[in-house]
Ligand binder design. Structure first.
Ligand code: ADP
Ligand code: MG
Length: 220
C-alpha cells in the first residue's frame, strides 16, 4: 500500500533547522494495522502528513500503491487523497459552523455525489454509529466521544482504503477511547489499511505492527 524510501523532512526557519524525519525506509502492506509510537516531537505527525499527501518530504520517495507521489501535481495529489485516504484527528477537526450531518456530507460534495444519495449514505452511517438523534446538532453540542464518532463517520464516508489516525484517542476518556479503537479494529477487519499514532500501550496492542520512532528515525 505504502512504500517510503530514504525519506527525510527538514523544516527550516530563519534561525533553526529541524530534521523531523531522518532517512526513513518503510513499507506498509495493504490490510495492515500499524501503530506509531514515540516521544513528543519525534516526527509522528510529520510522517502521517507526508503519508496522507498533505505535505511533501525534503528528500526521498513516497509510493502509494506503486505510484510515486513526488511525480504527481497538486490536482492529482488532491484526487488521490480524497478518493483513497481518510483522516482522523486528536482534536476531531470538525467544522464548527456545520451540523453533524453537513460535516459528514462534505467529502461526498467534493465527489459530486447527488443529494438523495448523500442523504441516504450519511443518514445510514450516522445511524450505524448511534448518532441518528444528533444529525442537526453542531459539534460544540456534542461530547468528545460523540465528536470523534462524527470524525470517524467523515473519515469513512468515502470508503477510503487507507486510514491515517493521529492520536485519535488523545482527547477521550478510556471508555470512549476504547470505543474508537473497536471501530478502527472493525474497519481493519473489513480490509482497510490503518496507520495510527498513539501514546497508549493498550491501544497500540490493537495493531498488528508497532513502529517506534525517535528523533525522526525508526528505532524498532
Ligand atoms: P510529533 O507528532 O511526534 O510530536 P512532529 O512531527 O509534530 O512531532 O514534529 C517533529 C519536529 O518537527 C518537532 O521538532 C517540531 O518542532 C518540528 N516541526 C513540526 N512542524 C514544523 C513546522 N511547520 N515548522 C518547523 N518545525 C516543525
Ligand atoms: Mg504529533
Amino acid at each position: 500500500m505504502i512504500e517510503l524510501k530514504n525519506l527525510s523532512k527538514i523544516y527550516r526557519t530563519d534561525t533553526v533547522e529541524t530534521t523531523a524525519l531522518n532517512n526513513l525506509t518503510l513499507s506498509i502492506p495493504k490490510g495492515s494495522f500499524v501503530a506509531i509510537k514515540g516521544p513528543s516531537g519525534c516526527g509522528k505527525t510529520t510522517l502521517l502528513n507526508i503519508l496522507g499527501l498533505m505535505d511533501r518530504p525534503s528528500t526521498g520517495e513516497v509510493l502509494l500503491e506503486g505510484i510515486a507521489a513526488g511525480n504527481m501535481n497538486e490536482k492529482e495529489r488532491n484526487r488521490m487523497r480524497r478518493s483513497k485516504i481518510g483522516f482522523l484527528f486528536q482534536k476531531f477537526n470538525l467544522i464548527a459552523s456545520l451540523t453533524v450531518f453537513e460535516n459528514v456530507e462534505l467529502p461526498l460534495l467534493y465527489h459530486k455525489v447527488d443529494s438523495a444519495t448523500r442523504k441516504s449514505k450519511v443518514t445510514a452511517l450516522l445511524k450505524q454509529l448511534g448518532l441518528e438523534g444528533r444529525m442537526n446538532h453542531y459539534p460544540h453540542q456534542l461530547s468528545g466521544g460523540q465528536q470523534q464518532r462524527v470524525g470517524l463517520a467523515r473519515c469513512v464516508i468515502n470508503d477510503p482504503e487507507l486510514i491515517l489516525a493521529d492520536e485519535p484517542t488523545g482527547n477521550l476518556d478510556s471508555k470512549h477511547g476504547e470505543e474508537v479503537m473497536e471501530l478502527l479494529s472493525e474497519l481493519h477487519r473489513d480490509g482497510r489499511t490503518i496507520v495510527m499514532v498513539t501514546h497508549n500501550d493498550s491501544y497500540a496492542s490493537y495493531a498488528s505492527e508497532i513502529i517506534k520512532l525517535s528523533d525522526g528515525a525508526i528505532v524498532t
